[in-house]
Design a protein. Structure first.
Length: 261
C-alpha cells in the first residue's frame, strides 16, 4: 500500500513538472522535451537567468538604499524625539523619579509627600524639620510660604491598640537621617531650579538644530533616487532584455508559440 502511495505521489510530481515545462517551452511535445531542441531550450533558459540575475541585483541595490533611508529617518526621529522629551521635562519636571521612602513619606526628585495618599509638596524652597514626640516622632515639611505637611513616625506602641493593629515603629536615628536626605534633595533642587531657564533655552536651541539637520536623511534619499535612476538606464538589463527578446522570437519562429519571459 505504501509503495502504491509513493508511486502515485511520484506520478503527480512528474505531471506537475511536465506541465511547468510545457508552460516554459510551449509548442509540441518534442519542442518541450526532445533532445533535438535542447539547444534552443538552453538558450531561452540562459537568457531568462541572465535577466533574473540583473533584476535580482537591482532589487537588492534598491532594497539596501531604501533601508538606509529608513535607518536615517529612524535616527532623525529618535534624536528629535529624545530632545522633545528632554525639553518637556525641563518645562514641567513633575515629581521625577522616587529617591526613597520612610513609612508613608515618599521623596521624589522634585517633590515630597508626607503620606502615600498625601499631596505633593515641591522640593524647591522646602525645609524638613525633625520633632521628637513621646510616642510619635514627626517630620514637618515646610514650604517657603509657611504651608506644608507633617509625616508621623511612631516609636512606641499605642497601649490602646489591639495586637492585630500593631504598626511599624521607627527609631529617632532613621527619621533624622531621612530629614537630612530631604534637606539635601531640597538643596539640589534649588541648584537645579537656578539653572533651569538656561538649561531649557539650551535644550530648545539643540532641538531646533536637530529638527533642521536633515543632511544625512536627504543624502540617503538622494542615494536611493540615484540607485533607481541607474537601474532604469542599466545597460546590463537592456542587454539581458534584448537577449531574452531575441531568444523568445527564435522560439516563436520555431514553434509558432510565444514563450513567457
Amino acid at each position: 500500500m505504501e509503495a502504491v502511495r509513493v508511486l502515485v505521489l511520484m506520478m503527480v510530481a512528474a505531471g506537475i513538472w511536465a506541465a511547468w515545462q510545457r508552460s516554459l517551452f510551449p509548442g509540441t511535445w518534442a519542442h518541450t522535451f526532445h533532445t533535438a531542441h535542447a539547444e534552443e531550450r538552453g538558450l531561452l533558459t540562459q537568457a531568462r537567468r541572465q535577466l533574473r540575475a540583473v533584476d535580482k541585483d537591482q532589487r537588492q541595490a534598491e532594497k539596501e538604499a531604501a533601508g538606509q533611508v529608513k535607518a536615517e529617518y529612524e535616527k532623525y526621529e529618535q534624536r528629535v524625539g529624545r530632545l522633545e522629551r528632554e525639553v518637556a521635562l525641563l518645562r514641567d519636571p513633575g515629581r521625577g523619579t522616587e529617591l526613597g521612602r520612610l513609612g508613608g513619606l515618599v521623596l521624589y526628585e522634585h517633590a515630597v509627600a508626607a503620606s502615600l495618599e498625601g499631596r505633593l509638596l515641591p522640593l524647591h524652597g522646602l525645609r524638613a524639620r525633625f520633632d521628637r514626640g513621646d510616642r510619635v516622632h514627626s517630620l514637618y515639611l515646610t514650604k517657603p510660604d509657611g504651608g506644608g505637611d507633617r509625616a508621623k513616625f511612631p516609636h512606641r506602641p499605642d497601649p490602646a491598640a489591639s495586637p492585630q493593629d500593631s504598626v511599624r515603629l521607627f527609631d529617632e536615628e532613621e527619621v533624622r537621617d531621612f530629614e537630612m536626605t530631604i534637606n539635601e534633595a531640597a538643596a539640589e533642587e534649588k541648584v537645579f531650579r537656578a539653572g533651569l531657564a538656561e538649561q531649557l533655552a539650551g535644550k530648545r536651541e539643540e532641538l531646533a538644530e536637530a529638527r533642521k539637520d536633515t543632511t544625512p536623511l536627504k543624502a540617503a534619499e538622494q542615494s536611493h533616487a540615484d540607485v533607481r535612476d541607474r537601474n532604469r538606464t542599466d545597460f546590463r538589463r537592456q542587454e539581458a532584455l534584448a537577449d531574452l527578446t531575441a531568444a523568445r522570437s527564435r522560439w516563436q519562429d520555431l514553434t509558432g508559440r510565444q514563450p513567457p519571459r
